[in-house]
Write a protein that binds this ligand. Structure first.
Ligand code: ADP
Length: 260
């Protein structure tokens, strides 16, 4: 069954609040995503510790790290779904951790293990619903074009519950791109995708008009697509580099050195 079958409504409100982040452009040249001294504690446990991170506008950062490193927590805070304990997040110069402008989320497209799709609705109905929620103009054209991009035109009339994991991931990607967000937050987007879909995703991610933060365990794919890579371990950012400086073999060694 689908990711959100029983709790579909929770999914929608989550998506709406994830999208609840905003539309004020920062000063030219200010970073797309800027994270300063971000700390998150759960009780006594520190999931993130004084993380500083920048993703410049129109660049792509791939973030790696072992299970439990704090990657999803970091993405959740940037998406406005998780409240930080200390520190700040700026999106295009706007401090989202201070003043939550409800429109800010319209600039973010998020893809995570939760697809935020309604199982009982068809692919098309889901995209129409989110299109209305995001106030997408020329909705039908936009939806048609995205269904083509993700290769799901033939299944547009199928209820989401009847789709395979990879097909749902394709539709979830269309949902995340629907409102043409400037910022994409992607948590393990490769999961379940077949070879064609991987090629499609790579093309989508090559769009440098967007600022992209991607979390993955796939060192090779992350390295080949991103401009920069970073490693988070035990809540700390322990490594950052330009991908042009790295070969896959070097990076695998670097990862082993920093993530164990
Ligand atoms: P990653 O995405 O890198 O695997 P997470 O950000 O999901 O890591 O989790 C980081 C740490 O924070 C883990 O030890 C996890 O158990 C803990 N954690 C995450 N969410 C919660 C929560 N809601 N309550 C308590 N602990 C949490």
């Amino acid at each position: 069954m689908g990711d959100r079958s029983a709790s579909g409504l929770a999914g929608a409100s989550g998506a709406a609040s994830a999208s609840g982040l905003a539309g004020v452009a920062g000063a030219p040249g200010t970073p797309g995503i800027s994270v300063r001294q971000l700390t998150k504690t759960y009780g006594r446990f520190r999931a993130l510790h004084r993380v500083d991170m920048e993703v410049a506008p129109g660049t792509f950062l791939a973030l790696f790290g072992p299970n439990g490193a704090g990657k999803s927590t970091l993405l959740g805070i940037i998406a406005g779904l998780v409240r930080p304990s200390r520190g700040q997040v700026f999106l295009d110069g706007e401090q989202i951790t201070k003043d939550r402008d409800e429109d800010l989320g319209k600039r973010i497209g998020a893809l995570s293990y939760q697809t935020y799709l309604y199982d009982e609705l068809t692919v098309l109905e889901n995209l129409r619903f989110y299109g209305r929620l995001f106030g997408v103009e020329n909705r039908e054209d936009r939806i048609g074009s995205l269904l083509h991009t993700v290769g799901m035109e033939a299944r547009s009339g199928s209820p989401v519950r009847t789709l395979s994991r990879g097909m749902r991931q394709r539709v979830a990607l269309a949902r995340a791109l629907l409102h043409d967000p400037d910022i994409l937050l992607l948590d393990e987007p490769y999961t379940g995708l077949d070879q064609d879909a991987l090629v499609m995703l790579k093309t989508v991610l090559a769009d440098r008009k967007k600022t992209i933060l991607l979390v993955t365990h796939d060192l090779v794919r992350g390295l080949e697509s991103a401009d920069r890579v970073a490693i988070l371990n035990r809540g700390r950012l322990v490594y950052e580099a330009e991908t042009s400086e790295l070969s896959p073999a070097d990076f695998e060694q670097t990862y082993r050195d920093h993530a164990m």
